[in-house]
Each structure stands twice: as C-alpha cells, then as structure tokens.
Design a protein around this ligand. Structure first.
Ligand SMILES: *Cc1c(COP(=O)(O)O)cnc(C)c1O
Length: 394
C-alpha cells in the first residue's frame, strides 16, 4: 500500500470464490433458507466441534433467540457487560428483561468474573458474557459460578469465530459446548462475513429445535419440506415466531469464508505479533494481553493510550497521517436509551469500562495487511505520542 492511501481499520477478505458461490445460488432459483444454509450449518458445527449449529439473520437475532431459549422473559435480569456493542444489552430488552451491567477486568476488555456473583439476584435468569474483540473471556470462572448458582450461560461470540480457549484440559474453538449457547456474527467488521449473518451453536437438541422453529415464524413445516413433498402439507404455528432466517445466498458465501478461516486467523495472529514487536518500545502504551489459556483470532487490536493524552486528538492526527482507527468499545450505560429509568441495572462500578471507552483505541488489522503497513501505523503512533508528551508542562 502506498504512503498516500489511508490504511482502513478493517477490510473483509472476499473474492471470486464468494462471488461464484452467490452466483451459483442465484442461478439455482432457490435463494432463501434452504440447502446452502443446511450445509453451512453442518460445516460450521464441524469446524467448532459442536453437535448443533443454526444459522440466522445476524448475531443480534441469535442473541434474542438464545435468551428466549433459556427462558429469559419479562421481569427477569441478565448479567452482562455495559462495555460491548449495544446489541448485547438490546437483546436482553427484546425479551422484556433487564440487563445488569458488570465491570470489565482492569487488564483487559472482558467481564470481570470476580464481580459476577455480587450482581446475581433472585431475578437473575442468565449470564450473557462477551468474548470481546475476539479474546475469550474467563469461561472456567464464569461456568463455576453459573453451575453453582444454577444460571444458564450464553456466550456473545460475535467477534470470536476462530478463537480458541483452554477449557478442562484442552484447547477448543469458541462455539464448542462450554456455555449453554454461543452466538456468532458474520457482519463485515468481524473475522468472516456473509454481508450480515449469525449462527447459534449448542449441545442441546432441544434448544436447537426452538431456534429452528422461531427463526421461521414458529412454522411447523419448513419451506424446504413443503417444496419437496409429493402430497399437500398444511403448516401450523404453535408459538410466536420471527423472521430471522439467513438466505442461501449468504450461506453460500459463508461456506467459502469458512474455507478461508484458518488462513485469515493465522494472518491476523501474525499481524498481532508484529504489532507487539513494533509497538513494544512506545512508553506508556498498553498492549492487549493474551492470557496463556487463550488463542485470540485478533478480531480487533485494541491498545490503551496514556490516560493524559486526548483520545480524539490522537485519532485525528493518525487519520491525517492516513491511518484509520476507532475508539475503545462503547458502554451501553452511557447511551441515552440506557440512561432512561428502568432500562438497565448498574450491577457494579463501571470504572474500567469507562476508562476503556475513553482511553483505548483500535488499530487497523485485516488479513491482507502487510508488515510495511504495521510499521507505518506503529511509527505514526510513536510520533504522535512523543509529540503529545513533549508539549506537556513538566
Ligand atoms: C457485532 C456484535 C454484535 C452484533 O452482531 P450483528 O451480527 O451485527 O447483529 C453483538 N455483540 C457483539 C459483541 C458484537 O461485536
């Protein structure tokens, strides 16, 4: 990439195989949920090593169905983080329930398991933990509390396709049964994409059946069965359902993306290693920590700026230098829709969450990124931080 082109913060890796796959589906004449969705589900289940995977329209709808499946309803509480994309908390409210916000760890961007237990109440119906930025959260601690207190666990794995965690003695991919249900996103900002798209994984055949019913209006017979039947079938609707389907066009693209996933994750890990190398010498810059029991997919590379620097000024300087960045993950509790009374409960102080939003910054990271791009980003950050520090009063 030339000196003059702006380095984007993210860029999906899509090409001819995806275009061919979408074209194949369009030419076939069957474009909505059908054989491609079924094949994508099977391949995704095999990839993460889980008995069941159910494709839906996006991760937000996946979270909604996951919460419904474990029985979250009006008047219930769900323990989660404020420090996440707003869809995490919104999905709780779709069920008529209240999100209870717990702070993140002081040295990372995931829920602090030490704070969960004090936030549990009589009304707690689920724990919704987030593998933020692709970094697995501490599932061993979370599951210990959840099992002891009899609370189901849903993993918001929107960012964590291809991430791995050491759990009960062996590394497994996120989506393998640990929590009760995991929810993935295939939005273009994530590691693989279908334009929009989502996936639910679970070990429970019962939950999987609920997802399949609810994603298609609660309809007793899927379109594919009626279409293939030799005799007339009348469908019925036993429960309130939704239209949360993935299309076959999206699924066909997803199957091609899945074939690239190992290479994409390997490339992202290589870039994260380069960042560590090139950013290591910059004073007071907090680099992300990958605990020994995780292997992140590095969906995002988020650094903590020296607190005395102004985040926005630094980001503008970098943009002027042709480097696109994003601020730290947002906090739902600071948004107007959560400031309104009754929309959430603040379970703990949210100090680390607020620090992360105000002082963290996400750097460009995508599979096609070259070492020269990493060098350029690191150099610009070094210059900007040095300049800002040099003008400070002693
Ligand atoms: C992106 C994201 C979502 C929402 O995913 P969509 O597929 O866009 O609905 C939910 N949770 C987290 C943590 C995310 O990053």
């Amino acid at each position: 990439m030339s000196q003059h082109e702006t380095i984007p913060v993210a860029k999906p890796l899509l090409g001819d195989p995806e275009a061919e796959a979408a074209g194949r589906v369009i030419r076939s004449g069957w474009v909505t949920q059908g054989p491609e969705v079924a094949a994508f589900e099977k391949e995704f289940a095999a990839y993460v090593d889980t008995p069941h995977a159910c494709a839906v329209s996006n991760c937000t709808t996946a979270l909604h169905l996951a919460l419904l499946a474990v029985g979250v309803g009006a008047g219930d509480e769900v323990i989660t983080v404020s420090h996440s994309f707003i869809a995490t908390a919104n999905a709780v409210r779709y069920c008529g329930a209240t999100p209870v916000f717990v702070d993140i760890e002081p040295d990372g961007y995931n829920i602090d398991p030490l704070l969960i237990e004090a936030a549990i109440s009589q009304r707690t119906r689920a724990i919704l933990c987030v593998h933020q930025l692709g970094m697995p959260c501490d599932m061993a601690s979370i599951m210990e509390i959840a099992r002891r207190r009899g609370v189901p666990v849903i993993e918001d794995a929107a960012c964590a396709t291809g991430s791995e965690i050491l759990y009960q003695g062996r590394f497994r991919r996120i989506g393998a049964p640990i929590g009760d249900i995991a929810c993935f996103s295939f939005h273009p900002r994530k590691v693989i994409t279908t334009g929009d798209g989502g996936m639910l994984t679970t070990a429970s055949a019962e939950y999987d059946q609920m997802f399949r019913l609810w994603r298609q209006h609660g309809m007793s017979v899927p379109d594919t069965v009626r279409h293939g039947a030799r005799s007339v079938i009348f469908e019925s609707y036993f429960s309130l359902g939704y239209n949360y389907r993935m299309t076959d066009i999206q699924a066909a693209v997803g199957r091609e993306q899945l074939k690239r996933l190992d290479d994409i994750v390997a490339a992202r890990r290589r870039i994260a290693t380069l960042y560590r190398e090139y950013l290591g010498g910059i004073p007071d810059l907090g680099l992300p920590v990958e605990p020994s029991w995780t292997r992140s997919n590095w969906q995002s590379y988020c650094v903590m700026l020296p607190h005395r620097l102004d985040q926005r000024t630094l980001m503008q300087e970098l943009l002027d230098a042709g480097i696109s960045t994003r601020r730290g993950v947002m906090n739902a509790h600071r948004e107007p829709t959560y400031v309104a009374p009754g929309t959430a409960r603040i379970g703990t102080r949210l100090r680390n969450s607020e620090i992360a939003q105000d002082h963290a910054m996400m750097l460009p990271l995508y599979a096609q990124m070259g070492e020269e791009d990493v060098v350029r980003v690191a150099a610009a950050i070094g210059v900007a931080i040095a300049a800002a520090i040099s003008v400070e009063p002693a």
